[in-house]
Design a protein around this ligand. Structure first.
Ligand SMILES: Nc1ncnc2c1ncn2[C@@H]1O[C@H](COP(=O)(O)OP(=O)(O)O)[C@@H](O)[C@H]1O
Ligand SMILES: [Mg+2]
Length: 357
C-alpha cells in the first residue's frame, strides 16, 4: 500500500482556492494527520476558517476532499473546520466537536445561564426570551444568545431582522431590543446552508460568538441551546464558564425522560443545575377561568423533588404567550401586568438571587 505523505496532501490542497488565494499558502490548513483503514489511509484535515454567512463551506469541504482523495493511497478524507485559533483541537475530541477541558475566560460577562431541554418544542426559546426580558427589567445588563443551530427562533421572537455589523475592532455588534443585546446563529446562517454548522463547526461558531461579539459588560447572558445533548451543549459544558443550566420541560413523562438526559449531561460535566421550569403546565380557560391540567400537571415538580433540584416555577399554556412570541413582542416586555410576566419575573429574581448567593 502506498505511503501517503503530508507533502502530497498539501500539494493536492494547494490547488484549492479560497478568497483568491490557495488554502495552503493562506495558512488555513492547521493539521494533517493520518489513520489506517483496511482500504488505505484516511486523511484527517483541520482547516481554520472565519465563519461567514456568505461563505460556501460546503464547497470548500467537498473540493478539498475530492482533491485529497486523488492522492495515491488515500482511502477517505475527513475535513473539520475550526475558528478557534489558539487551541487546535486534537483528534478524537475534534470529532465530537468538544474542546479541551480548559474554559475560556470571559471577564466581561458576570453570569452565563444556559436554557436547555431534552427535546424541541417545549418552550425553551420562549423561556429564554422572557427570562432575558425579566432580567433586563430588573436593571441588569442582559445579553441573549441564540445557540440553537437547528432552529434559531430568537430573531423572530425578539422581532429582529437586521444583520449584525462588524465594528472597527473587527468584533460583531449584537443587535439590541429594549436594552437586551441579542446575537443569533440565525443572523449568520443562510437557510439553505445549515449542514456545515453542525458537528465540529458548531463549536467553532459558538466560541466565536462568545469571543468575537461586542457584548460589552454584561450582568447576565441567557443562552438558548438547541434541544438535546449534542455539540452545542458540550461546547458550553466544557469550554465556557457557565454559571448554571435551567431545564425547561413540559409535564409529559416522555419529555421528562428527555429532560433527564439533559440533566445527566450537565451534572456529568459539572455544570450546576439552577432548576427546572414546567412549561405548558396547565390551561386556564379564558372564558370560564377554569383550570385544565392537560398533560397531567406537576410532573416536572415531582421530578425536580426526586432529583433534589430546585423547581423554579410553572408557566401555563397560554395563547397570548404564543402569539406574542410569533409577533416578535415578548410577553414580558409587552404585557407588564400579565400573570405570566410576573411568573417569569419571579423566576428571574430567584435565579439572580441564587447566582449571587
Ligand atoms: N406556555 C406556552 N403557551 C402557549 N404556547 C407556548 C408556550 N410555550 C411555548 N409556546 C409556543 O410553542 C412553540 C414552541 O415553543 P419554543 O419556545 O419555540 O420551544 P423550543 O425552543 O423548546 O423549541 C412556539 O410557537 C411557542 O410560541
Ligand atoms: Mg427554540
Amino acid at each position: 500500500m502506498a505511503q501517503v505523505s503530508k507533502e502530497a496532501v498539501l500539494k493536492a490542497l494547494s490547488s484549492i482556492l479560497w478568497e483568491g488565494q490557495d488554502i495552503v499558502s493562506k495558512g488555513m490548513v492547521l493539521e494533517v494527520t493520518f489513520t489506517k483503514e483496511p482500504t488505505g489511509t484516511k486523511v484527517h484535515l483541520i482547516f481554520k476558517i472565519e465563519p461567514k454567512k456568505e461563505a460556501n463551506f460546503d464547497a470548500l469541504k467537498r473540493d478539498s476532499e475530492e482533491a485529497v482523495k486523488k492522492v495515491e493511497g488515500v482511502s477517505s478524507v475527513d475535513v473539520i473546520f475550526t475558528a478557534n485559533k489558539e487551541a487546535q483541537p486534537k483528534h478524537g475530541r475534534a470529532h465530537s466537536g468538544a474542546a479541551g477541558p480548559e474554559k475560556i475566560e470571559l471577564p466581561n460577562i458576570a453570569h452565563i445561564i444556559v436554557v436547555a431541554s431534552g427535546k424541541g418544542g417545549v418552550g425553551k426559546s420562549t423561556t429564554a426570551v422572557n427570562l432575558a426580558a425579566a432580567f433586563s427589567q430588573k436593571g441588569l445588563k442582559t445579553g441573549l444568545l441564540d445557540a440553537d443551530v437547528y432552529g434559531p427562533s430568537i430573531p423572530r421572537m425578539m422581532g429582529l431582522r437586521d444583520e449584525p455589523e462588524e465594528n472597527a475592532e473587527g468584533q460583531m455588534e449584537p443587535l439590541e431590543r429594549d436594552g437586551i443585546k441579542v446575537m443569533s446563529i440565525g443572523f449568520m446562517i443562510r437557510e439553505d446552508q445549515p449542514m456545515i454548522w453542525r458537528g465540529p463547526m458548531v463549536h467553532a461558531a459558538l466560541m466565536q460568538f462568545l469571543r468575537q461579539v461586542a457584548w460589552g459588560a454584561l450582568d447576565v447572558l441567557v443562552v438558548d441551546l438547541p434541544p438535546g445533548t449534542g455539540d452545542a451543549q458540550l461546547t458550553f459544558a466544557q469550554s465556557i464558564p457557565v454559571a448554571g443550566a435551567v431545564i425547561v420541560s413540559t409535564p409529559q413523562d416522555i419529555a421528562l425522560i428527555d429532560a433527564r438526559k439533559a440533566l445527566a449531561m450537565f451534572s456529568k460535566t459539572d455544570v450546576p443545575i439552577l432548576g427546572i421550569i414546567e412549561n405548558m403546565s396547565y390551561f386556564e380557560c379564558p372564558h370560564c377561568g377554569g383550570r385544565s391540567e392537560i398533560f397531567s400537571h406537576a410532573g416536572a415538580k415531582s421530578e425536580a423533588d426526586k432529583l433534589n433540584i430546585p423547581f423554579l416555577g410553572e408557566i401555563p399554556l397560554d395563547i397570548v404567550l404564543r402569539r406574542r412570541g410569533d409577533e416578535g413582542q415578548p410577553l414580558t416586555l409587552s404585557e407588564p401586568d400579565n400573570p405570566i410576566t410576573k411568573a417569569f419575573q419571579s423566576i428571574a429574581a430567584r435565579l439572580w438571587k441564587h447566582l449571587n448567593a
